[in-house]
Design a protein around this ligand. Structure first.
Ligand code: CA
Length: 225
């Protein structure tokens, strides 16, 4: 799950980043309007959490742009402005939710999950494919009644591919999805290859070998009917 946080209050931003990473989200952040604008134009996010009073512009504008261009990104406004009008304005430009500062981080987390559930039309936070069950809340995977021991990256890759089932997912988009800003010079596509190889091994050991296909030279595809 990839999340962008646009917030200029450094202390709050640090708190959120620490909390969200611990919860298993891949996080990126921006501290000004311009930075946020660049991010949403160049990258894809599952969710954007946006402050309204930003240096250089109004966060509402960012929500508006996201609505127009990438309707799949869930958006949550976080703001100290808490009049009814502020809330209505926020929801009218297309934000999915509005949280008034100060807020509890676990409430923010619960709201993100609720929105993503709504967006994917899922009744539960579980993806099920035949004998394979992926629980997004518990971050657990059960294959033929056996709980797999997956690393964080293996789990994230599996979820990303499963959410894009029957579509070819390129190595580039996996890299961008999992590492985003944190892709350093030492990054190599071999990392992805190694993670997928281990993931596949764990699936095969439990007779769930038919889901992950390699599309040579391009990437991977999660096969499901
Ligand atoms: Ca602010």
């Amino acid at each position: 799950m990839k999340v962008l946080i646009v917030e200029d209050e450094q202390e709050l931003l640090d708190l959120m980043l620490r909390y969200m990473k611990r919860e298993g989200y891949v996080c990126e952040h921006a501290t000004t309007f311009r930075e946020g604008y660049k991010k949403i134009n160049n990258h894809e996010y599952d969710c954007a959490i946006v402050d309204l009073n930003l240096p250089g512009g109004d966060g509402l504008k960012l929500i508006e742009i996201l609505r127009k261009e990438m309707s799949n990104t869930a958006t949550i406004i976080i703001s100290a402005r808490n009049t009814v009008n502020d809330r209505i304005n926020g929801l009218e430009v297309g934000a999915d939710d509005y949280l008034t500062k100060p807020f509890n981080l676990s409430e923010l987390n619960a709201r993100i999950k609720a929105i993503l559930r709504r967006k994917t039309n899922q009744m539960s936070n579980e993806l099920v494919f035949g004998n394979l069950q992926i629980d997004l809340d518990k971050r657990s995977v059960v294959a033929n009644q056996t709980t797999l021991k997956l690393t964080k990256k293996e789990f994230d890759i599996l979820v990303y591919l499963a959410r894009n089932k029957n579509r070819v997912v390129t190595k580039d988009s996996i890299a961008e999805y999992l590492w985003g800003d944190y892709m350093d010079d030492a990054f190599s596509y071999d990392f992805i290859y190694a993670h997928v190889k281990n993931l596949r091994k764990k699936l095969v050991q439990n007779d769930c070998g038919d889901y992950l296909k390699t599309v040579y030279g391009v990437g991977y595809k999660f096969i499901s009917n």
